[in-house]
Design a protein around this ligand. Structure first.
Ligand SMILES: Cc1cc2nc3c(=O)[nH]c(=O)nc-3n(C[C@H](O)[C@H](O)[C@H](O)COP(=O)(O)OP(=O)(O)OC[C@H]3O[C@@H](n4cnc5c(N)ncnc54)[C@H](O)[C@@H]3O)c2cc1C
Length: 344
């Protein structure tokens, strides 16, 4: 993109009454609390404007990028000229009860916890597990977000998207090519505008029951997942990083056995020390992987599969850390965190 493009873009946005911020500091918005400055950060407040915007970019051959709640993306340092579209203002939630169940329509900027609460507070089961995922509906569909066996996508009826060339499409759930932490949205870089869900009556178990389930899950999450330092959830798309790494060589195999036995022992006989044990073993893993020297960046004391920021504002070292981690483990799993490094 030519540098002068941002004047043209901002002029067009003003003429078309589309809200945008200039020079947005990503470090103040992203979940990892670090990253560069986005020259044009666009927040359309309705679907039609959003569609028009993408048609404009397509016609003018301007590259753009979409960000949701920035809970899975690490953005490079410096000035980013590529316009970013963010959907926080597409936050409408419409509910409609029919004879067979509950219909919900959500704008792509609706936070996943809000969607989950909409169901659990009404006594519908199925979304208790995703209550703690800090993403948006659009980001969640793109990443096929899930937690504790509950998937955001389970109750999707259809999704309204725009393709990169500005075509408006309605995709059924079966068209989404959903897989572990991926979807057609990710592959084709479609832009999610809105999603319709349907939750059948058989999911109704009453508010007391759904509350019990979600409280239990949240308690488990708080205890076993990072909740103090800025992070982006899981680095890699794996359900068990230790087991996958055990295939690397005999040392990692033995480390895994030690990890399993230690976990079993502390869980059974001394639960209050289980996190200290995990912290110790994670230190060993980082040493063995040669990843123990990245200044203010490292992994959580609770899990090896989570990047944490211990006070940095810049992402250069974090990106090196992630690339190094990926290089040393690429045979075993795919990256889940998205690195926005090559963006202009
Ligand atoms: C503390 C913490 C805990 C987490 N726990 C979990 C978990 O349990 N399970 C889980 O699955 N994930 C988890 N995550 C990761 C993250 O929340 C999910 O991947 C989430 O779905 C990302 O949504 P987002 O709106 O933040 O997307 P972003 O991080 O902003 O973007 C992620 C991707 O989605 C795309 N995208 C965003 N919005 C749209 C849109 N409207 N249309 C098209 N593409 C879009 C972006 O272009 C990007 O490629 C966790 C993250 C954190 C910080």
């Amino acid at each position: 993109m030519k540098i002068s493009n941002f004047h043209k873009i901002q002029k067009w946005l003003k003429e078309n009454d589309i809200y945008f911020h200039k020079d947005v500091d990503i470090s103040s918005r992203s979940w990892i609390k670090a990253g560069g400055i986005v020259r044009t950060f666009i927040q359309p407040d309705d679907i039609t404007k959003c569609h028009e915007l993408i048609k404009f970019f397509s016609k003018e051959k301007i590259n753009f990028y979409v960000l949701g709640n920035q809970s899975n993306v690490i953005v490079r340092d410096g000035i980013i000229e590529t316009p970013i579209i963010n959907f926080i203002k597409l936050s409408h939630v419409k509910l409609n009860k029919s004879l067979n169940g509950l219909h919900i329509t959500c704008g792509s900027g609706v936070p996943i916890p809000k969607f989950s609460k909409n169901l659990t507070n009404r006594g519908y089961s199925g979304a208790e597990g995703i209550l703690g995922i800090p993403g948006s509906i659009g980001g969640g569909i793109c990443m096929n977000a899930s937690s504790y066996n509950s998937y955001l996508a389970t109750y999707i009826k259809d999704v309204k998207v725009v393709s990169n060339n500005g075509e408006l499409l309605t995709l059924k759930k079966k068209d989404l090519n959903l897989r572990w932490r991926g979807s057609i949205i990710k592959d084709k870089r479609y832009v999610v505008l809105e999603c319709k869900f349907f939750i059948p009556n058989k999911n109704y178990i009453g508010e007391n029951e759904t509350k019990k389930i979600s409280d239990k899950i949240l308690k488990h999450r708080r205890y076993y997942q990072e909740n103090k330092l800025p992070n982006l959830g899981s680095i890699f798309a794996t359900k068990n990083i230790y087991k996958d790494l055990s295939r690397k060589n005999i040392i990692f195999f033995l480390l895994y056995i030690f990890y399993k036995l230690g976990n079993y022992f502390f869980y059974k006989f001394n639960k209050s020390k289980i996190l200290s044990f995990r912290k110790f073993i994670i230190t060993l893993y980082l040493k063995m992987l040669g990843l123990d020297n990245f200044d203010q960046w490292g992994t959580s004391d609770k899990t090896l599969n989570c990047l944490v920021n211990k006070g940095a504002q810049e992402t250069d070292k974090a990106i090196s850390f992630l690339k190094e981690f990926k290089k040393k483990t690429k045979k075993y799993f795919e990256m889940e965190n998205i690195i926005l490094e090559d963006i202009h």
